[in-house]
Write a protein that binds this ligand. Structure first.
Ligand code: PXL
Length: 266
């Protein structure tokens, strides 16, 4: 008999098309050998073209799901994605303040298809979650929004990430997928000023729906295994890269990744 798998709780929205959100998280965690649990914050009717409908869960039901998981099975790491409402964000920040394991917070604002997934009020509550997060994983537009910038020039990414890391005493992984050029460059900054860069060749594809969810879920899983942060980032990026390479090319818009086809990382 093998040892018990690491337990990962994902708190995120449901994507009916299976490419992002809870569905991407569960596929990722499972493919990496983890045990996946979920607390659903919102249900979206969605496909590769966009979001056709959203219903946000009552905060009490979100908290009940979290409690049901943590109070019985327990978790070695938590991933937080789409939040649905400022009430959900605030109640989670309060409840998870005492969680002992790593917390990965993906500050989701907009879907790859361009549909909005967080209101201004919800984004206003992100600060409380960054406070309790071990690592925050904004893409470039999210990093700009969280640091009060219109947009972000390549040479300002480290400064903006450092600003956020120091303010909330967390690690910020600024993802470069929305940047330009043949290389995707992700940059990490800790609150103590440690920096690291992670680059790989940009795959020319429209099938990137759920890349952010997949990265943060993989990161939570590797941290749950006890991997040090920079190595967990490296491994998580390898999983996303391989899942993009294996995308099934479904749908007419921004298609899902091929989580199920990943056999080896990188
Ligand atoms: O990748 C961001 C994201 C998060 N959560 C849900 C989503 C998406 C993107 O589509 O659908 C539910």
């Amino acid at each position: 008999m093998s040892g018990a798998p690491p337990r990962i709780l994902t708190i995120a929205g449901s994507d009916s098309s299976g490419g992002a959100g809870i569905q991407a998280d569960i596929k990722t965690i499972t493919m990496l050998g983890g045990y996946a649990m979920s607390a659903i914050t919102a249900v979206t009717a969605q496909n590769t073209r966009g979001v056709q409908g959203v219903e946000v869960m009552h905060p009490e039901l979100v908290m009940d799901q979290v409690e049901s998981c943590l109070g019985d099975i327990g978790a070695d790491a938590i991933k937080i994605g789409m939040l649905g409402s400022p009430q959900i964000a605030m109640q989670l920040a309060e409840r998870l303040d005492t969680f002992a394991g790593p917390i990965v917070f993906d500050p989701v604002m907009v879907a790859t298809s361009g549909s909005e997934l967080a209101s201004e009020a919800t984004i206003g509550a992100f600060g409380a979650l960054m406070e309790i997060a071990t690592i925050v994983t904004p893409n470039l537009p999210e990093l700009a929004a969280l640091t009060g910038r219109e947009s972000i020039a390549d040479e300002d990414v480290f400064d903006a990430a450092r600003e956020l890391a120091e303010k909330h005493d967390t690690v910020v992984l600024a993802k470069g997928g929305h940047g330009e050029g043949d290389e995707v460059l992700d940059r990490a900054v800790s609150s103590t000023g440690k920096i690291a860069s992670f680059g790989h060749h940009r795959i020319d594809t429209r099938h990137t729906h759920g890349t952010g969810c997949t990265l943060s879920a993989a990161l939570a899983t590797f941290l749950a295994y006890g991997q040090p942060t920079t190595h967990a980032i490296r491994l998580a990026r390898g999983f996303v890269y391989a899942a993009i390479e294996n995308a099934p090319e479904f749908g007419e818009g921004s298609g899902p990744l091929g989580h199920q086809a990943v056999r080896k990382l990188g």
